[in-house]
Structures are given as structure tokens and as C-alpha cells.
Design a binder for this molecule. Structure first.
Ligand SMILES: [Zn+2]
Length: 68
């Protein structure tokens, strides 16, 4: 089986240049990959609070409608 050509990529986590034979590799290593994933998928407590407040406001509005 022929080896795939090496590609030079810029890591999306730390911005460093890294080399890989996989065209799908976006990170220099699993550390950067998981760190970036966590950053994109974990909301801050402030964001969660805002979400909670609008959720409660929606619930209250729903109850008002049902009561009327
Ligand atoms: Zn990196």
C-alpha cells in the first residue's frame, strides 16, 4: 500500500505547524484536539445562567397563558 503524502497543517488548537498524512488532522495532538473540543462544547456558567433564566421566563409565560 502506498503511503499518503505528508501534509503540513496549522494546528487549530495552538497554531503550531504540524505534519500529518491524514488530510483530516486539524490538531498537532490529542491534547489540542480535546482542549478545543471542550472549549467549543462547554458553556460558561454565565451562559448557562442566561439560558436558565430565559427557560424560566418561557415557563412563566406559558403558565400565564394557561391561567388566562
Ligand atoms: Zn496544537
Amino acid at each position: 500500500m502506498a503511503q499518503r503524502p505528508l501534509k503540513r497543517n496549522t494546528c487549530e488548537g495552538c497554531g503550531r505547524t504540524h505534519y500529518s498524512r491524514s488530510p483530516l488532522t486539524r490538531f498537532c495532538g490529542s491534547t489540542c484536539q480535546s482542549r478545543t473540543w471542550r472549549k467549543n462544547n462547554t458553556a460558561s456558567q454565565e451562559q448557562l445562567e442566561q439560558e436558565y433564566l430565559s427557560q424560566e421566563a418561557e415557563k412563566a409565560a406559558q403558565q400565564d397563558k394557561e391561567a388566562a
